[in-house]
Write a protein that binds this ligand. Structure first.
Ligand code: C5P
Length: 315
């Protein structure tokens, strides 16, 4: 497969992997698996391959899962949750071959044509079907861990090629960039600079959104927006107008598919007295905070009023 343009990629450094030896003398590796927040998402068109063309600005978040792996000499691939992963985080996350972690490991095995085994343990903190890139980040983490665990002779470009074949957001989370404009299906990434610390407060309704359903219901009409203004704003250390530039083309259709999310957006806007946005295909919605104190205060206020889960996201 020829891999389409990939300006300025680099992989999350292997120095971020924590290496250890288990009680039964097996090598274990652990890596943080961060998620993303979309602060801009336009859909310029539909592609021949059935996917949609994207122009999206993604920010890497401090909210992260953690993925560990150790080798398995029987050649089996397995995935379990950490004991500390809550019931809410487990719900709807398959532990079989449908999970992107096992798909990523399998894709590397196929490339190497070698029967390597691996046991993964996932500590999940990023809610599933939330538009925060939990599953995509897990796939990126699995690619990095498998390359290391199996001493696989794969270049960074090889990992990016596998990532692109598995899903749309994986390349960004594999790249280790703090922020990027992502085009194509989302896999063509261009690093951008962010000159200040950004704080958001995010909330997820009980019901998640299916990315495929949201894209399927999206109709392409209206004037296309460009990410240029928000990219400029992020690079400017003094600018405070970020909220006025945040945009997500999928919000309207996702609100129709998930009325609970639409209600949450309205309530949040009323309580927080500021605009509310959706990340990716949802169902996580978020507001911009002025600083970490503002974010923490807002989180407490909304949790108290609406009794829902929320997170302060630092990007
Ligand atoms: O890439 P990912 O697996 O997250 O996408 C899930 C589904 O969302 C795809 O199967 C496709 O139906 C839809 N999608 C799309 N255009 C994109 C990304 C996703 O139509 N750029």
């Amino acid at each position: 497969m020829v891999f389409s343009g990939m300006p300025s990629n680099h992989i999350v450094g292997t120095d971020q992997i924590i290496s250890g030896i288990d009680a039964d003398s097996r090598r274990s590796l652990t890596i943080s698996s961060p998620g993303k927040l979309n602060v801009f998402l336009e859909v310029p068109g539909k592609r021949q391959d059935g996917y949609h063309e994207l122009e999206t600005v993604m920010l890497r978040t401090n909210l992260a899962d953690q993925l560990s792996v150790r080798s398995n000499i029987t050649g089996a691939l397995s995935l379990t949750f950490s004991d500390a992963t809550t019931e809410a985080m487990r719900s709807g996350v398959p532990l079989d071959g449908r999970n992107l972690i096992l798909k990523a490991a399998e894709a590397i095995r196929l490339r190497l044509n070698a029967p390597f085994g691996a046991e993964f343990i996932l500590h999940k903190r990023i809610p599933p079907e939330s538009g925060l890139g939990g599953g995509s980040g897990n796939a990126a983490a699995a690619l990095i861990l498998c390359r290391q665990l199996w001493n696989a002779p794969l270049s960074d470009a090889d990992l990016h090629e596998i990532a692109a074949s598995l899903g749309s957001d994986i390349n960004f989370l594999l790249s280790g960039h703090r922020a990027a404009v992502c085009r194509g299906r989302g896999e063509v990434i261009e690093s951008i600079s962010v000159s200040r610390r950004l704080h958001f407060v995010a909330f997820r309704p009980r019901k998640g959104n299916s990315t495929a359903d949201v894209f399927r219901a999206t109709s392409l009409r209206g004037e296309l927006r460009s990410s240029a203004d928000i990219v400029r704003n992020l690079a400017d250390s003094n600018s405070g107008q970020l909220a006025s530039l945040i945009f997500n083309r999928l919000t309207e259709v996702a609100s129709k598919l998930n009325p609970e999310m639409a209600t949450l957006m309205a309530r949040l806007q009323h309580i927080a007295r500021r605009p509310v946005f959706m990340s990716g295909s949802g169902s996580t919605v978020f507001v911009v905070a002025d600083n970490v104190q503002d974010a923490a205060g807002l989180l407490l206020k909304v949790r108290g009023s609406l009794k829902i889960c929320g997170w302060v996201l630092k990007c």
